[in-house]
Design a protein around this ligand. Structure first.
Ligand code: 6CS
Ligand code: FE
Length: 311
């Protein structure tokens, strides 16, 4: 299939293709907009260099406890257990992921509008933003499987039609993330290189890829080169810790061999200047809970207090 003229990041190709430097800036804001927000120039420079930032204790424990109660409610809610956006572990009944959480819960929705978070997003994306995707990855003790190395952008470009690298993930730990329960692992600097992947994308690929990703996984040679150059980091921290990572930063996580869950909440902010077009892999668009097309209004800041009042 010849790549489209508007496809700056051809992938899911028939044969291995050399990786190349990204066409997009890492931080899209400039001048006064760049410094107009909670991220200091030191933090911005580190994000630009590494492709991620981590903030232990970003959310207070009371707030995290409320989110954890929501998780327990979901695990006992038949309507959620049977929903298309709920993914179980391969061959098991345990929940692996629940997608679209910001539409399930007022509390999660309010978090996506937290003024401090939106100000950070504005500094990084240089524009207003909306939620491209939200999910909770549960990774239960003993049973939570891992996630192979990948760039989210490679999937969102190929399968959701995300044109440019102008989105960012916020991952909030809802349980302690330790070296033993499969924390997120990232390759510093990997966001600067686009690694085209081999393999035609079958229709409805997501019905298997969300359990075990086979496509959009870079080859071991590219992975080894990136890891040799940048190393691997696995930020850990107590429940409430935050990791912000750029859409093209290579990441993975191991299976959870400990008795303790590693449940993380992910919000993906996409620039309103980067709305989804037809998927570049040539397939039909994925459902809205994976690649949101129907609610792309710019998010407006809402204070937490009223969310706390709703309990
Ligand atoms: O396909 C996706 O959108 C999902 N897959 C992975 C492995 N990470 C991003 C996202 O949750
Ligand atoms: Fe991912």
């Amino acid at each position: 299939m010849t790549p489209r003229s508007d496809d700056l990041y051809p992938t899911r190709l028939e044969r291995p293709t050399p990786s190349f430097e990204r066409h997009d800036p890492v931080i899209h804001s400039t001048g006064a907009d760049r410094s107009d927000g909670p991220l200091s120039e030191t933090e911005l420079a580190r994000y630009e260099r590494d492709g991620f930032l981590s903030f232990p204790n970003f959310l207070d424990q009371d707030t995290v406890k409320r989110f954890r109660q929501d998780l327990r409610d979901y695990e006992n809610d038949e309507s959620i257990l049977g929903a298309e956006g709920t993914i179980t572990e391969p061959g098991k009944q345990e929940i692996r992921s629940v997608f679209g959480v910001h539409e399930l819960s007022e509390r999660f929705d309010r978090l996506t509008r937290d003024p401090k978070i939106l100000a950070m997003v504005h500094q990084l994306l240089g524009s207003d933003a909306y939620i491209h995707q939200s999910r909770i990855n549960f990774k239960p003790g003993f049973l939570g499987k891992g996630f192979d190395w990948h760039s989210d952008f490679e999937t969102w470009h190929a399968e959701d039609g995300m044109p440019r690298m102008r989105s960012v993930s916020f991952s909030i730990a809802l349980t302690d993330n330790t070296p033993f329960n499969g924390p997120l692992m990232l390759i510093p600097g990997s966001h600067k290189t686009f690694v085209p992947c081999v393999g035609r994308t079958p229709e409805n690929n997501y019905q298997s890829s969300l359990k075990k990703q086979e496509l959009g996984v870079p080859n071991n040679g590219d992975l080894a080169r990136m890891a040799d150059k940048g190393g691997i980091q696995a930020p850990t921290g107590p429940a409430g810790s935050l990791i912000i990572f750029e859409c093209n930063t290579l990441h993975s996580s191991n299976a959870n061999m400990s008795p303790w869950p590693r449940s993380n909440l992910f919000f993906v902010f996409n620039s309103v200047e980067n709305k989804l077009v037809q998927p570049f892999c040539g397939n039909r668009p994925r459902p809205d809970f994976l690649g949101n097309r129907s609610n792309t209004e710019a998010l407006t800041p809402r204070n937490w207090d009223d969310a706390r009042r709703t309990g």
